[in-house]
Design a protein around this ligand. Structure first.
Ligand code: NDP
Length: 240
């Protein structure tokens, strides 16, 4: 029987590449998304991967979403917390809404989704939780106190949950991508993006497939000794 994988924000960008890579590796994949029905439909038609629309920032919506996925495919073996947003603005102009929206979609979503699958994973003695953080959670970034805090928080969440899951066959890891060629990065103004690329030793943006490859590695049954770690995939931009 194929293992079941859920990828939040799994219909576009990095998440879309993760969904496809996991499917290619033999997983039965459920791709969640938040609101872009057009992109989700195109993804579904192109890949054959079923899509599930619910807001990862809303615990009740996650519970309903996981219930439906479990009915359709089976209990979740692999959870990839990938959905994320930015609301960039310097702190002296940031509204409470911009702070909360980013915290809830990027960080609280990890609680929501993990909470919905963790008891079943513990009961079955197997689980893989992979959280997609960011270089900006490691290094900080101007205009991103909300995003950097949320992404750094994901690393702490990863470490604590890794300790809780270790004796139950559940690994929890984080991937911290650098700048990857997706809609999120294409939204950055061109002059700013040029400066960013100039600071990447590899000399280019990363590709979503380069992140997806690491997810497949961490999701594997054979990766059971890798837990609590953060894997940086950033072209050498931030090494520590
Ligand atoms: P995109 O903006 O291309 O895609 C984001 C995905 O998340 C979409 O599928 C979107 O759904 C989904 N999503 C957003 N909000 C919600 C929500 N409330 N509920 C459910 N789904 C939601 O992002 P990227 O592919 O660029 O980024 C993916 C992850 O990687 C994010 O966590 C991001 O922070 C992180 N990251 C990205 C980097 C980059 O350079 N691109 C660098 C470092 C980290 P919909 O299509 O419906 O809008």
């Amino acid at each position: 029987m194929a293992r079941i994988a859920v990828v939040t924000g799994g219909t576009r960008g990095i998440g879309g590449a993760i969904s496809v890579a996991l499917k290619d590796a033999g997983y039965a994949v459920a791709a969640n998304y938040g609101g872009n029905d057009v992109a989700a439909q195109a993804f579904r038609e192109e890949t054959g991967i079923p899509t599930y629309k619910f807001d990862v920032a809303d615990l009740a919506a996650c519970e309903a979403g996981i219930k439906k996925i479990t009915e359709d495919l089976g209990p979740v073996d692999v959870l990839v917390n990938n959905a994320g947003i930015t609301r960039d603005v310097t702190l002296h102009r940031m509204t409470a809404e911009q702070w909360m929206e980013v915290m809830q979609t990027n960080l609280t979503s990890c609680f929501n989704m993990s909470r919905c699958v963790i008891e079943s994973m513990r009961g079955r003695g197997f689980g893989r939780i992979i959280n997609i953080g960011s270089i900006n959670g490691q290094a900080g970034q101007l205009g991103q106190t909300n995003y950097s805090a949320a992404k750094c928080g994901m690393q702490g969440f990863t470490k604590a949950l890794a300790l809780e899951g270790a004796a139950k066959g559940i690994t929890v890891n984080c991937i911290a991508p650098g700048y990857i060629s997706t809609d999120m990065v294409r939204a950055v103004p061109a002059p700013v993006l040029e400066k960013i690329v100039a600071r990447i030793p590899v000399g280019r943006l990363g590709e979503p497939e380069e992140v997806a490859r690491a997810v497949v590695f961490l999701a594997a049954d054979e990766a059971g000794f890798v837990t609590g770690s953060t894997l940086s995939i950033n072209g050498g931009q931030h090494i520590y």
